[in-house]
Design a protein around this ligand. Sequence first.
Ligand SMILES: [Zn+2]
Length: 151
Amino acid sequence: MKDTKNTSGDRMARSRYAELKQMLDTRRREIQAEVQGKMRDVREEGTWGGKLNEVLDAVESSEADIQEDIEFALIQMKSETLNKINDALVRLEHGNYGYCFDCAEEIAQKRLRALPFAVRCKDCEEAREIAEQRQRQLTARRGASSLFLDM
Ligand SMILES: [Zn+2]
C-alpha cells in the first residue's frame, strides 16, 4: 500500500482506506461486468454493427433504433460512472478521497457507500443546500438586472 499523507500511519485511517478501496473496487468490478455483459449481448444480437464506438451515429439513428439508443445511453452512463470511480481511486491513493470539501472532516463511510462521489459531509451538504435556497430567493427578489450590476 502506498503511503498517504492524511493517514499518517494511523490505524483507524488505514482501515478506512482499506474499506473505501474495497468499496470502490467492488463497485468498479460490478459496473465493468455490467458494461461488458451489455456489450456482449449487443454484439451477439448483431444489430449494432460498428455503432458501439460511434456516438454520433447512435444519435442520428432512426426511430426504430430507439431501444438500441437507450441501451447505448445506459452503457455510456455506466462508462462515465466507471471514470468517476477511477478518479475516486486515484484520489484515495493520494489521500484526498472521502474528505469534506468544505470542512475537511472525513465523510462518513455510510454516506460514501450510498453516495461514492459525495464531496461534502452530510452537515455541510445540508448547510449548502439551505444557503443555495436562500441565494435563489434573494436572486429572485433582486431580479436578474441588479444581479449583473453587482458583478
Ligand atoms: Zn463538512
